[in-house]
Design a protein. Structure first.
Length: 276
């Protein structure tokens, strides 16, 4: 039976977009960038007119490239570190834990409304645990450190930070950097062209959610927070170029231009004694 679920939070409502895009991509079979059987199942549980997203061709590819990119970052970290803990910040109905598998512990963090829904649809397991909190809170960070004092942490904030003001983003980054030295932090951003001119991704043009911050140069974050060292800044369109069409192929040749609209960022969190 389909459950009709309405969101009280505008940002929470956006979780259906990447869920649908992953499910749609997964149904491409062998040609799919990402395979997500759980997403295919989950979209059937909502009475939603998903056709409203079908014309958002850039977001369609962007969502799955982003998921694929962060999956690979997590897999690399797991392969090169021991006692790993993965934290999905602003998890929505993400299924990274299920896609990657194994015995690594994942934590899924989001606001109460989202986590109430997630508990119904993707129940907790020993390796996939829930945290109900705002990313701006510190209590959950302290509790994670207390629970896993010797673990290596990797944080992924996918499709989240652009909805927060710059000062909030800086606060979040600074707190993570101060508490989780030796780990990594990966997130995506909208560029300053989008934030300053109120340009939205094609999947959000009819949506009330607003882009509130933008980063075009990943090295800016290093200036904000010296404990964060840029691993890489990537433009979406350098991956799977044929899937982006002619526009994407041409744009992919000019990373500096792509960064003004969006990019994927990864940082190493330096231990305190190496930060300055």
């Amino acid at each position: 039976m389909t459950e009709k679920y309405k969101f009280n939070d505008i940002i929470a409502e956006t979780l259906l977009i990447p869920l649908y895009m992953r499910a749609k991509e997964s149904r491409r079979g062998e040609k799919a960038i990402i395979h997500d059987n759980m997403a295919e199942s989950l979209i059937e549980k909502f009475d939603c007119d998903y056709s409203q997203f079908d014309k958002a061709k850039l977001s369609e590819v962007g969502c799955v490239v982003r998921g694929w990119y962060f999956d690979n970052a997590v897999r690399r970290f797991i392969a090169t570190h021991t006692d790993v803990v993965v934290v999905n910040v602003g998890c929505g109905l993400d299924t990274r834990c299920q896609r990657i598998g194994g015995n690594t512990i994942f934590y899924e963090l989001d606001l109460p409304e989202v986590m109430d829904l997630r508990k119904k649809l993707i129940p907790e397991t020993k390796t996939d645990r829930h945290i109900t909190a705002s990313l701006l809170d510190e209590e959950w960070m302290d509790k994670l450190k207390e629970t896993h004092p010797d673990s290596n942490f990797i944080f992924v904030a996918e499709g989240v930070l652009m909805y927060f003001r710059e000062e909030q983003v800086r606060q979040f980054l600074s707190r993570i950097a101060a508490k989780f030295g030796g780990g990594e932090l990966w997130f995506d951003v909208c560029g300053t062209m989008m934030s300053r001119h109120h340009v939205k991704p094609d999947s959000l043009r009819k949506h009330k959610a607003e882009i509130r911050s933008g980063i075009s140069d990943g090295q800016v974050v290093e200036k904000w927070e010296p404990r964060l060292k840029l691993i890489e800044q990537s433009n979406y369109m350098k991956f799977f170029r044929l899937r982006w069409g002619l526009f994407g192929i041409v744009m992919g040749l000019f990373p500096w231009l792509c960064y003004k609209f969006s990019s994927l960022l990864g940082y190493r969190i330096l231990p305190e004694d190496r930060a300055y």
